[in-house]
Every structure is written in C-alpha cells, then in structure tokens.
Design a protein around this ligand. Sequence first.
Ligand code: FAD
Length: 313
Amino acid sequence: MNMRNHILSLGGEFHYRSCVTNLLVSNGKITGVEVNHKEKIASSCVVLAIGHSARDTFVMLHEKGILMRPKNFAVGVRVEHPRRMIDQSQYGEFSSILGSASYKLTYQTKEGRGVYSFCMCPGGFVVNASSEKGRLVVNGMSNYDRNEENSNSAIVVSVTPEDFGCDIFSGMEFQRKLEEAAYQEGKGLIPVQLYKDFCDNQVSTSYGEIHPHTKGSTSFGNLRNVLPSFVSDSILEAMPEFGKKIQNFDRSDALFLGVETRTSSPVVIERNDDFVSSISGLYPCGEGAGYAGGITTAAIDGMKTAEKIVLSS
Ligand SMILES: Cc1cc2nc3c(=O)[nH]c(=O)nc-3n(C[C@H](O)[C@H](O)[C@H](O)COP(=O)(O)OP(=O)(O)OC[C@H]3O[C@@H](n4cnc5c(N)ncnc54)[C@H](O)[C@@H]3O)c2cc1C
C-alpha cells in the first residue's frame, strides 16, 4: 500500500480490472495500448511486465509480430516433509534455536538431465495456483513466521524444446497438457500421492505420518499418469540421491503433489541491449518476458528497464 501511495503521490495511476487486449503500433513504433477491447491509452513507451501465465497475451503479442522464442523450463511435483525433519537434518542440535531451515538440491541423471529443488518453502503450504478452467497447477508459499507443520519444495526436471517441440507455443501447450492431466487425476482437486506409491505407480489410499498442508483441497491420484515418463524416471533416480543429502528426504510417506509447470516462462520475448523489443518503445520485462525467475530478479529487471527508459529519453 505504501508503494502504491508513493506512486500516486508522484502522479502515477492504477487501472484495476484492465486487461491490455491489443497494442497500438504505427510505423514500427508503439503508440499506446487498447484496454478491455475498448478504451485506448496513448503512450510512446510501454513496459510489458505480464508474468509467465499471461498465455492469451503471449498469443496476442505473437499475432502482432513481436519476436519471441521458446525457452527451457522445468516441470515436476511439489514434495512435502515434516518441517522438523528438515530442520533437524540441516541444523542438527541447533534446530530448536535456528528457526525453519531451507535447502537446495541438485542432481544430474545418468542421461544428463537436471533435477533440482525449486522455490523451497520452509514451514509453508502447497498452493493450488491454477489460472485456467479445467487445468490445475501447484506452487508453494510460506507465511512470515515459517512455522507450519510441513516444509515443501518443487522437485523439477529441466525440459527443452527437444522434449516439447520448437514452435513458439509448444512449451505452453506442453504445460497445458500436464495441467489438464493433473486436473483430471485429482478430479479438479490437487492430486496427492505418497512417494512409495509414486515408485509403485499406484494411487495412494491412506497417509503415513505426513498430511498435506495446502491452500486448496486435495484428492489421491497417480502423478505418474500426469508426468511424461522421462520426468517421472528422472525424479525417481534423483530422490534416493537427495535422501543422502537430507536425511529421510526419500521416506516412503513423503507427499508428492502436482503438477509443477510454472517454474519460469515458456517463452522469451526478444529485446535488444537497450531492452527494446522488435517494436520500438515496447519494453518486455520480468519473468513473463523470460528475464527473471522470482520476486527479487523480477523487481531488479524492472529497475534495470526503468533505467534504460530514462537513458533513452
Ligand atoms: C503461490 C506463489 C508463490 C510464490 N512464491 C515465491 C517466493 O516465495 N519467492 C519468489 O521469488 N517467487 C515466488 N513466486 C513467483 C513470483 O510470484 C514471480 O516470480 C514474480 O511475481 C514475477 O514477477 P513479474 O512482475 O515478472 O510478474 P507477475 O508478478 O506475475 O505480474 C504480472 C502481472 O501482469 C498482469 N497481466 C498479464 N497480462 C496482462 C494484460 N494483458 N493486461 C494487463 N495486465 C496483465 C498479471 O495479471 C499480473 O498481475 C510465487 C508465485 C506463486 C504463484
């Protein structure tokens, strides 16, 4: 709120419930945007900070001829463990005084594929972060005190255009297919499975010591039906290795929830050294444009973009 009020005090405006539905372009230069298919806002400088889930906007940009290319990202599941187990493994005898522990895990499969933990949330929740009807995607979050029962992270496998195709939107369609399968598998709820049942390729029927900590309801499902086999196989190969780094990480009642598809944008919106896209005055920025991966890097990319705009004027 303080940031918003500061911007308002400097003459900025906020337009809520306003979707940019078209770009106004003349002679290769941006002249403004169309909002909600009717209102037009004129400007010779437009920053596109649209996030990585603005699929309809990506399509609109492509139709306007803005240069984009597919890029690598990663997909997988979210794993939940007791927070105290992670704390104990990371901090040992100091775990009661050091607070909730985080971790970072990486592994390269025998075939050379990267498997890694992402967006680790100590003492947090798994979140149903779906944004499209009939499709389901999860993410994670921790509240400030990080003291919920479970700690979670995404365990993801890198995927490249070799896996999903070289068309601009092949990656996006690949994400959609996985999200549709997750929605089906969980019957509209977050599908959850014990790690041992993921190994045995069967639906779980009851929990062990760990119960899901989620924002959104769950239902048992088989995530092997959701993920391509090369992704499942890579996770299966990595988990015992992760168990060597964090004690009991591969315990049989660890929970897998799915599906994780939005680790980063499936496309890059091309920009030159001055951060300008193939249309003059249009600045792609942040995670959706492919130049950031998280809150801090997106914010820094916003600052760098602002500096470029100031320098150009
Ligand atoms: C549940 C959850 C938890 C997360 N936790 C973390 C975390 O702990 N740490 C971390 O670093 N990252 C976290 N992330 C990721 C983080 O939110 C993103 O990396 C970051 O917000 C990207 O910033 P951005 O400004 O590039 O895009 P966004 O924050 O995604 O903002 C893009 C905005 O553009 C709007 N938009 C899109 N298209 C249009 C259009 N056509 N017209 C008008 N507006 C449009 C969208 O509605 C959105 O408001 C989390 C994400 C989720 C979903």
